[in-house]
Design a protein around this ligand. Structure first.
Ligand code: PLP
Length: 481
């Protein structure tokens, strides 16, 4: 493809994308295809000679589009949002065009330096403790990771390394393998699946503590687990607390958990993958209570802050612990640049892979295009729309909400037997007009309604509610009391 063809394809692609966004509501949010639908539509071999871009665009439209679930549609109310916005898309385009791999500072100084700056911008905007930021005098700093899962895992590795060092001093008779096999980590039974996976990957027993009826982790349960585990010969080392759990968006009490972690020398990681974005609103500042205890804090701008996947922001109070745990030197990794007085990080030692994409670019474009006000409006809009949906549910006596609306999430069900809500969900899914996922809470089958799209307006919420009511009418008429 030469430059002229690139321009033609590029303009056509941008037009296609803009039209896709503008006509999103006309499409079924869920695709109407069967598993394996694509296999026979794609040849078994790479074409012998190159094809014209028009063929690619045509096949994209005819083969790929029918198999797409429209995550950016205002009819998409499943999981949590996945960010997307025009400035972030263009940021991705520039990143692809530059095609750099930021293995060290000299590999593209702008890649490292913009990331440092963006992590400070974000951290300040969210009022995170100064100690976590690169701009502080101390050893803290922020980095962009691929995912919240990786962030939780990396901090587990840092906690593990730090604990082994500390325990070795206290118990010189134990070797590192013995200590490692006796380390134990905690989280709540509401924690995301990625927390359990971090334990598997890091070979540390991860105990998921039982929460109360409202999904809250209680001080006594945490303390008792630590004491029992100590008595059984374990060394507690890591706690993952959540701001905005995946199921019902509850949050752990960071002040209580944090002070326990401090007493027992445990690393506190806060997983705020989705709800962390709400910290940009002054009215949600109270969620910061106890955040000063956090050794690390993570949230995903690629969830609720309009930045395209992947962009997961992680701040670490003592970043050198992670760097020391992961640093592997090779002659080819030296950039031979004097950086002694700059405090510039070598981000390859803060992550799993050696190479890294220029993700700060899309973050920069998004933060500047929207500004603080635009981003705050976006989050407030979602919260207001969720509150509207909550009111609609509450005003229909056949339904019940199972917890308050939290951020952009409302959890609700048809009153009575679980089978009514199960049938409602099945009907909604088979119609494919809106997309919600189910969950269970205290033995009740519930539906999670999440405001996800940046395009969402009040009419979309009313549309979804009408769709739900129309199917609930059918379910209830088929199941007379
Ligand atoms: N933590 C929480 C609270 C989540 O809700 C999710 C995903 O929804 C994750 C972690 C995993 O995020 P990621 O896909 O970035 O690993």
């Amino acid at each position: 493809m030469n430059t002229e063809q690139f321009k033609e394809f590029g303009y056509a692609a941008v037009n296609y994308i803009a039209n896709y966004v503008d006509t999103m509501r006309t499409r079924s949010v869920l695709p109407d295809v069967e598993p394996g639908y694509l296999y026979d539509k794609i040849p078994d071999e790479i074409p012998e000679t190159g094809e014209d871009w028009r063929e690619l665009l045509k096949d994209f439209d005819e083969i790929i589009m029918p198999g797409i679930t429209h995550w950016q549609s205002p009819r998409f109310h499943a999981f949590f949002p996945t960010g997307s916005s025009y400035p972030a898309i263009i940021g991705e385009m520039f990143s692809a065009a530059l095609g750099i791999v930021g293995i060290h500072w000299a590999a593209s100084p702008a890649c490292t330096e913009l990331e440092v700056k963006m992590m400070n911008w974000l951290g300040k905007f969210m009022n995170l403790p100064e100690e976590l930021l690169n701009s502080s005098k101390g050893p803290g700093g922020g980095v962009i990771q691929n995912s919240a899962s990786e962030s939780t895992f990396l901090c587990l590795l840092a906690a593990k390394a730090k604990s082994i060092r500390r325990i070795k001093k206290l118990h010189p008779e134990l070797n590192e393998d013995e200590i490692s096999s006796r380390l134990i980590a905690y989280s709540s039974d509401q924690a995301n699946s990625s927390v359990e996976k971090a334990g598997i990957l890091g070979s540390i027993k991860m105990k998921l503590l039982k929460t109360d009826h409202d999904g809250n982790l209680n001080r006594e349960v945490f303390l008792e687990a630590i004491k029992n585990d100590y008595n059984a010969g374990f060394f507690p080392c890591y706690m993952v607390a959540t701001l905005g759990t995946t199921g019902i968006c509850t949050s752990d009490p960071f002040d209580i958990i944090g002070s326990i972690c401090k007493t027992y020398n445990m690393w506190l990681h806060i997983d705020a993958a989705y709800a962390g974005a709400a910290l940009i609103l002054p009215e949600y500042k109270y969620f910061l209570k106890g955040v000063e205890y956090a050794d690390s804090f993570n949230f995903n701008p690629h969830k609720w802050l309009l930045v395209n996947y992947d962009c997961s922001a992680l701040w670490i109070k003592e970043a050198s612990v992670l760097v020391n745990a992961l640093e592997v030197s090779r002659i080819y990794l030296k950039d031979n640049c004097e950086k002694e007085n700059t405090q510039l990080p070598e981000y390859r030692n803060w992550q799993i892979s050696l190479g890294r994409r220029f993700r700060a670019l899309k973050l920069w474009f998004t933060l500047r295009s929207y500004g603080k006000k635009g981003l705050q409006e976006h989050i407030r809009n979602h919260i207001n729309l969720a509150n509207l949906f909550h009111t609609l549910v509450e005003n229909d006596s056949r339904f019940e909400t199972v917890c308050p609306a939290r951020m952009g999430l409302v959890c609700f069900r048809l009153k009575g037997d679980n089978k009514y809500t199960e049938q409602l969900h099945e009907k909604l899914m088979s119609r494919r007009n809106i997309y919600m996922i189910a969950a269970t809470l205290n033995g009740k089958f519930i539906l999670r309604f999440v405001v996800c799209s940046r395009l969402s307006i009040e009419a979309d919420i009313r549309y979804a509610w009408q769709e739900i009511v129309s199917q609930a009418d059918l379910v209830l008429s088929n199941n007379p009391c």
